[in-house]
Design a protein. Structure first.
Length: 298
């Protein structure tokens, strides 16, 4: 986990933000105040600052996030696509030895599991997934959720549950049946993914919603972006399917349903190390059982 920005870094960020948002003549007043955003890593914070422009004091708030170059590049690339639920890219700067990205501060409610998923986010995902379906060659700077990635997830999950006998046994069975995951993956068209879609990365606003945290953007199967926010046949899933068809996907509902089962197994593998650490043996057993159950449905 990254350290919060130092005072020197905050001043650099504040000066850049002032000029970016208020113009070349803007002068930063004092040291910006950084507030760590709940649910984000320490290097993501709300920045409150004052600047002076032509004798007038202007107060502004924004979000600064220590980001990998891949996240900066994908936000730059998508900013011209008029995607309503994308976080707006305001600029980026190297400060304190790290790359930081600047975004607006979205003053809304972070969603939770069980909340209704905003149609704006589902529609945006359907459009991105369809636009980049087998059309991602120019995104070669992003990692790929391929068979090597799947094998690595299983190996990492096994390490995370090595103290739990039953969970380890089930994951060994998963490892023995990994070809089912691989063969299904080979049938799924790859596309651009946000890479970490879950309610905690969705902010509900009074006039819409925004999907934040593109730091895990990758190339992969579209249903990896859906397994945490939809269930087959629920309203969110059906709306996503209708939007995908509207945007011209080549995938039919039956194939999408099989892909969702595959993605549900993968998502449980992805979050298993966290689950084993936070929930102990009981949660680890529950999650490994889910993985094996989904594999059996393939």
């Amino acid at each position: 986990m990254a350290s919060p920005p130092s005072q020197e870094t905050l001043i650099q960020l504040g000066e850049y933000a002032a000029i970016t948002l208020a113009g070349e003549e803007a002068l930063l007043l004092g040291v910006p105040v950084a507030t760590e955003l709940e649910g984000f890593e320490k290097a993501t914070c709300k920045l409150d600052l004052d600047c002076e422009v032509e004798g007038e004091t202007i107060a502004m708030s924004l979000v600064v996030k220590a980001a990998r170059k891949e996240e900066i590049r994908i936000l730059q690339q998508l900013r011209s696509d008029a995607l309503d639920s994308m976080p707006e890219y305001l600029g980026s700067i190297e400060a304190g030895g790290r790359e930081y990205i600047l975004m607006p501060f979205y003053d809304g409610r972070v969603l939770d599991f069980g909340d209704v998923m905003p149609k704006q986010v589902l529609s945006m995902l359907a459009r991105i997934h369809t636009d980049f379906e087998e059309n991602y060659q120019h995104l070669d700077y992003l990692p790929v959720a391929d068979e090597v990635y799947v094998t690595g997830l299983i190996e990492t999950a096994l390490k995370s549950v090595r103290a739990f006998t039953k969970a380890t046994r089930v994951l060994k069975d998963v490892q023995s049946n990994a070809e089912l995951l691989h063969s299904t993956l080979r049938e799924i068209p790859m596309t651009l993914l946000q890479g970490d879609v879950h309610p905690g990365n969705i902010i509900q606003l009074s006039d819409g919603a925004v999907l934040v945290d593109w730091g895990n953007a990758r190339i992969g199967a579209r249903t990896l972006d859906l397994a945490n926010i939809t269930s087959p046949q629920d309203d969110a899933w059906m709306f996503y399917l209708s939007e995908s068809e509207r945007f011209g996907t080549t995938l039919g509902p039956d194939r999408m349903l099989r892909n969702h089962v595959w993605a549900s197994a993968l998502v449980n593998l992805i979050y298993l190390p966290y689950g084993a650490k936070s929930g102990g043996e009981a949660l680890a057993e529950e999650m490994t059982a889910r993985v094996f159950r989904f594999i059996q449905q393939l």
